[in-house]
Design a binder for this molecule. Structure first.
Ligand code: FAD
Length: 400
């Protein structure tokens, strides 16, 4: 069979290239089909900790990634007009800033660099049709080309179209009640190594964080009814964003004024993907396409890396694909479900206050939390709690 040991990975984000890394190491010929015209290097800081961090170490990329640390010093909690309400340096309780902060785009670039000379990347390419045959999958690409693969890994993120072709009836979206947008805006003279976080009126939440020498990263989330399908054209996405930023204070005004300069916009409903199965025949789901917890949990990238490592390891170690896919799902699913449970619509509503009273309450909470005395007490309680926790959040299997 000419498709043997030849794998198609759809999606060149984080999960796809990480899985490609392991599969090519185990002797597979890997083709990565990415819908975008080039590597999508957008996004804010992503937080990789625990088992995800250990996968990075196993890949030998820890040092390269450390070198790209954004050097964020902590976060300042601001009023919508820019006035400082509380300061949360790195290490403080309640701070956004983790030990290990890297821009999603830098991480995507590092994985691309680690794989592109050993795997074939095809940009501007998507799957149009799939036919699961007895001993291979026949894939028709959107340019009409037909090719056979031993199996297909679908790592196309939350909006995956290949997943919907293969197993739409097994996928449920759990909408959490808000929309989110991640994008980069031009850096202004006042943008330093501190993140800035704002609860604006009307259920809009903003975070500006250090990006590159020329750009600051922006996150805007806002409460909204689920409008169903995300508008596909960038103009209507920006219109929705503009609406969420209008009349929301000085920081929101600055972001709104910069919207015209925004290139790659990651925008959509804040939803979790709950798939009752992660594979069908020779097609297997990975990363956000299978189990998106939403970026708001800060776990999506770690789960993608752990899933990529285990999927590739199980495929290598088992003769039968169905067994390998089942083992991957059995090992990773409980870890995913714990991460997804961190968020629910109630928490999202609490974090997106609408009224002046709600904003005032939030300001009081963060003002008190930032006080030295509160920090000391909270740290004491956290140390006690951590002592009771198991040392490892997830035991990674070893594949040699
Ligand atoms: C531009 C961008 C910015 C992001 N910013 C953040 C952030 O700031 N913070 C955060 O926590 N998370 C962010 N995320 C999400 C985060 O990357 C994921 O939650 C996590 O890393 C899991 O990665 P993934 O590879 O499963 O999905 P993704 O990173 O979403 O990657 C999926 C990839 O598949 C491609 N794709 C989609 N459909 C098709 C198709 N039909 N055919 C081929 N390719 C397809 C997409 O273009 C994308 O490159 C961002 C994602 C993107 C794409």
């Amino acid at each position: 069979m000419n498709a043997e040991k030849k794998v198609l990975i759809c999606g060149g984000g984080i999960a796809g290239p990480a899985c490609a890394y392991w599969l090519q190491k185990y002797g597979y010929i890997v083709v990565i089909a990415e819908k975008a015209a080039s590597l999508r290097d957008g996004g804010q800081n992503v937080d990789v900790k625990g088992a995800g961090q250990r996968v990075i170490e196993e890949m030998g990329l820890a040092e390269i990634i450390e070198a790209k640390n954004t050097m964020e010093e902590g976060h300042k909690y601001l009023g919508a007009d820019g006035r400082v309400i509380g300061v949360f340096p790195k290490g403080a309780l309640g701070t956004l800033t983790r030990d290990f902060e890297i821009l999603r785009g830098d991480l995507a670039q590092i994985f691309y660099d680690a794989t592109h000379d050993r795997c074939e990347y095809r940009f501007n390419t998507a799957v149009a049709h799939l036919e699961d045959k007895e001993d291979c999958v026949s894939v028709t690409f959107d340019d009409g080309a037909v090719e056979e693969f031993e199996f297909v890994v679908c790592a196309e993120g939350i909006g995956s179209s290949t997943r919907q072709m293969v197993m739409a009836e097994h996928v449920r979206f759990r909408y959490l009640g808000a929309y989110m947008a991640y994008f980069n805006i031009p850096k202004h003279p006042g943008d330093d190594h501190w993140a800035r976080v704002v609860h604006a009126l009307g259920g809009t939440f903003l975070a500006l964080r250090p990006g590159t020498d020329t750009e600051t990263t922006a996150l805007v989330t806002f409460l909204a009814d689920d409008v169903g399908v995300t508008p596909n054209d960038p103009t209507s996405r920006k219109e929705l964003l503009e609406k969420a930023l209008t009349g929301r204070g000085a920081i929101a005004d600055r972001v709104r004024a910069d919207l015209d300069a925004v290139g790659d916009l990651y925008f959509g409903p804040m939803s979790q993907v709950e798939a009752s199965r992660w594979s069908r025949g020779r097609v297997v789901l990975l990363g956000d396409a299978a189990y998106c917890p939403t970026p708001f949990t800060g776990s999506g990238t770690g789960l993608a890396l752990v899933g990529a490592y285990i999927l590739a390891g199980e495929v290598k170690d088992r003769r039968n694909l169905a067994e390998a896919f089942a083992a991957y799902e059995r090992i990773v699913r409980p870890y995913v479900e714990t991460a997804q449970k961190q968020l629910n619509p109630r928490i999202i509503r609490f974090l997106h206050v609408k009224t002046r009273l709600g904003v005032a309450i939030m300001h009081t909470i963060f003002r008190v939390l930032a006080l030295d005395a509160t920090q000391r007490l909270a740290k004491l309680a956290a140390t006690k709690r951590d002592k009771k926790k198991p040392a490892d959040d997830f035991l990674l299997p070893v594949y040699t």
